[in-house]
Ligand binder design. Structure first.
Ligand code: NDP
Ligand code: 8X3
Length: 254
């Protein structure tokens, strides 16, 4: 039986690339996000290219009742998720705390921490019953280090780091693997979202060096998924060659 994976945040960037990679490997996919039209396009593209079964679920991970409604009543043939990729997330703003926007804080906390918890709470019980499964959390270099003006985003990714450790300890007796992937700079819609549509500012983030691509991270995720049954890739820090810490990026002068 082919494995089934649920990927949150599959409408863009890293999540979309993971969906493509998993489809190429023949997995059955549940793809989730808010922008349904993008999910439907992706479904069509992947079905045509790889002939895989796909279920589209459109919901906001911040809305607990919607998450529960969608994930607790999956069609019977989709009930058993083998691989959960908790990828949906964002940064909103880049400002010192004393000037920060509490609405931005709430968006980040509700999406990156609470959303991950709601989704995991729905999917993980069946993994424990079946005594198998793999949960992959998308952390960040921002969950290992803190940088000026990154305050709340860094705190949410530190929370993902802590929750990953807790889940791994709690899941070990059930044979469920828990992995965290922590990327450095990946060129996706991330900075466009962080800077609220300011493309010039977003593009500057990736100037003068070669950032990671979403496909690079999808490769890393696949490495963890494809490991032998007794091997758990616990935590991966994947950075562009030019990036040596959250704040140190060697940029070529143009
Ligand atoms: P993108 O902005 O390209 O993708 C973010 C995805 O998250 C989208 O599919 C979006 O879907 C989804 N999402 C955001 N908010 C919600 C929500 N409330 N409910 C459901 N889905 C949501 O960024 P990335 O691909 O770069 O980001 C993916 C993950 O990787 C995030 O967790 C991010 O923190 C992390 N990361 C990114 C890095 C980078 O440099 N790009 C580095 C380290 C970690 P939609 O809007 O359709 O709902
Ligand atoms: C995204 C990477 O360095 O912008 O998590 O926080 S960073």
């Amino acid at each position: 039986m082919k494995k089934t994976a649920l990927i949150t945040g599959a409408t863009s960037g890293i999540g979309r690339a993971i969906a493509e990679r998993f489809a190429r490997e023949g997995l059955r996919l549940v793809i989730a996000g808010r922008r349904e039209e993008r999910l439907l396009e992706l479904e069509k593209e992947l079905r045509t290219a790889f002939g895989v079964d796909i279920l589209v679920l459109s919901f906001d991970v911040r809305q607990r009742s919607d998450v529960e409604e969608q994930l607790m009543s999956l069609p019977v043939e989709w009930e058993d998720i083998d691989i959960l990729v908790n990828n949906a997330g964002l940064a909103a703003g880049l400002a010192p705390l004393h000037e920060g926007d509490p609405d931005d804080w709430e968006r980040m906390i509700d999406t990156n921490i609470k959303g991950l918890l709601y989704v995991t709470r729905c999917i993980s019980p069946r993994m424990t019953v079946r005594r198998s499964g793999h949960i992959i959390n998308m952390g960040s270099i921002a969950g290992k280090e803190v940088y000026v003006n990154g305050n709340v985003y860094c705190a949410t990714k530190h929370a993902v780091d802590a929750l990953t450790l807790a889940m791994r300890m709690e899941m070990a007796e059930y044979g469920v693997k828990v992995t965290q992937i922590c990327p450095g700079a990946v060129n996706t819609e991330f900075s466009l979202v962080r800077f609220k549509g300011d493309k010039a500012r977003a593009d500057k983030v990736y100037e003068g060096f070669e950032p990671l691509s979403a496909a690079d991270i999808a490769d890393t995720v696949w490495y963890a998924v494809a490991a032998p049954a007794h091997v758990n890739i616990q935590d991966v820090l994947a950075m562009p060659k030019a990036q040596s810490s959250a704040v140190s990026i060697y940029r070529k002068k143009s």
